[in-house]
Design a protein around this ligand. Structure first.
Ligand code: FMN
Ligand code: SF4
Length: 433
């Protein structure tokens, strides 16, 4: 039986312990999760702000930084719903990316790149190019079931993607492999392939979004094929000792959807191609309250890490999500369910979270309130800021802040009464159509 951790100092000791991910050792088990908050330049290079934001989190003691908000293909650059992104799709970006990795390395902190080749079902058709996914299934984002203080009046249904052809699948694989090569050349210490949240690769994982009848659909082995192939191709490019992982959906959280055991079975087929870690990602845009929860520890309560561990054994490192309570995270590590705790919003609210946990200064932590104004900003394309941390979003001194008009839009979009009225109007308009 595993002992339950009840003291702050025991939790600190567990989270402060080093972890090996393939050939790399990280100094502790608190990870900065990927977030599109970097405000790169309009042409997709790291800005002073991108670098200052990441450096501040490295200074705050995290064991590993994962860089999000990035793309590794021109397709993803064009169809992104959250522009601009950091680009890995051409060799000309490598020198600028080197400045970013060097800045994080100043603190002895390794940094991984999230490789993102297509937004799939969440893509925005632009420049005469349509979006593609496993099957022609749009994403239906209801006005209910959303995270705290997030309202989408009338809900939203995305455009219907076309079924990806074998040629597109290959092109996307080629772009991921080239992205991995550039990430390694730019000094990144590992790569994470994005396969979550209704984006391109995640659409293949579940029978709910994958209704193909070819070799990419049907059995768990077939639904794993596209990712198994891309992991094998990336592995062949970067070598055996370089960390390669996935950010992967682990539970549909929808009626008739796939449960954690089903996702874990798919993962076990992908892992055979040489996977070092999986960043667990709960729910998706159709079950967003589960993806961006308001309390700590939901993932453990739902049993997703446990199912993945059972299917994969201890060879694949598992990164827990959304568990800022240090004791819960440490207990999950001690019990062997996961290997590290990966946090997103908590790291916006308090860049020093990791140091405070490790040094036993829990009382000093500035806790994220899960009121999600950061998320509303992301969705409205307003520079992301955090109301619990005035420094966030302008870690570099000359960064332009959002305008009063943008601030009003963020406030209005989080107002229950205003958005309730807008929802009623939107539904009435839909009925009249
Ligand atoms: C502002 C913002 C931007 C995000 N951008 C990304 C991203 O680029 N890539 C990604 O995989 N997840 C992204 N996420 C999701 C987070 O990594 C994370 O899965 C989610 O916030 C739940 O974790 P948390 O409870 O620790 O915040 C973003 C989240 C937020 C709030
Ligand atoms: S704005 Fe800050 S405090 Fe609020 S949810 Fe986002 S990170 Fe947490």
């Amino acid at each position: 039986m595993t002992m339950t951790i009840t003291s702050t100092s025991n939790a600190a000791a567990v989270l402060a312990s080093p972890l090996k991910i393939n050939g790399l050792e990280i100094k502790n088990r608190i990870i900065l999760g990927p977030m599109a908050v970097l405000r790169p330049t309009e042409d997709g290079r790291p800005s002073e702000q991108s670098i200052a934001f990441l450096k501040r989190r490295a200074q705050g003691g995290v064991g590993l930084v994962i860089v999000g908000g990035s793309v590794c293909s021109e397709r993803a650059w064009n169809e992104s719903p959250f522009a601009p992104n950091l680009r890995f799709d051409k060799d000309e970006f490598v020198d600028d990316l080197k400045r970013l990795t060097a800045a994080v390395h100043e603190y002895g902190t390794p940094v991984f790149a999230q490789l993102f080749p297509s937004f799939g079902r969440m893509g925005v058709p632009r420049n005469d190019r349509w979006i593609s996914a496993a099957s022609p299934k749009p994403v239906s984002i209801g006005s209910g079931g959303l995270p705290n203080h997030l309202y989408i009046p009338g809900g939203r249904i995305t455009p219907v993607p076309h079924e990806a052809s074998a040629e597109e699948i290959k092109d996307i694989e080629v772009s991921v492999v080239a992205g991995a090569r550039r990430a390694k050349a730019a000094g990144f210490d590992g790569v994470e392939i994005g396969a979550h949240m209704c984006y391109f690769y995640s659409s293949f994982l579940s029978p709910l979004s994958n209704q193909r009848t070819d070799e990419y659909g049907g059995s768990a082995e077939n639904r794993a094929r596209i990712l198994r192939d891309v992991v094998a191709a990336v592995r062949a490019e970067v070598g055996t000792d370089y960390p390669v992982g996935l950010r992967m959906s682990v539970n549909d959280h929808m009626r008739g959807g796939q449960e954690p055991e089903g996702f874990a079975e798919v993962a076990s087929h992908i892992a055979r191609a040489g996977l070092d870690f999986i960043s667990l990602s709960e729910g998706n845009y159709e079950s967003m309250r589960d993806n961006v929860p308001s309390t700590s520890g939901n993932m453990l309560a739902h049993g997703e890490p446990q199912a993945f561990r059972k299917a994969l054994g201890s060879g694949v490192r598992l990164f827990l999500s959304s568990t800022p309570d240090p004791k819960q995270a440490a207990n999950a590590i001690t019990a062997g369910h996961v290997d590290a705790s990966m946090l997103a919003r908590q790291m916006l609210a308090d860049p020093d979270y990791a140091l405070k946990v490790i040094e036993g200064r829990e009382a000093e932590i500035v806790w994220c309130d899960h009121a999600n104004s950061c998320l509303r900003r992301l969705i409205l394309n307003v520079p992301v800021a955090c109301h619990k941390n005035p420094e966030m979003g302008s870690e570099a001194p000359d960064t332009k802040r959002s305008s009063p008009g943008q601030e009003f839009a963020v406030w209005a979009a989080g107002n229950k009464v205003l958005m309730g009225a807008a929802d009623t109007l939107a539904r009435a308009a839909q009925k009249m159509k």
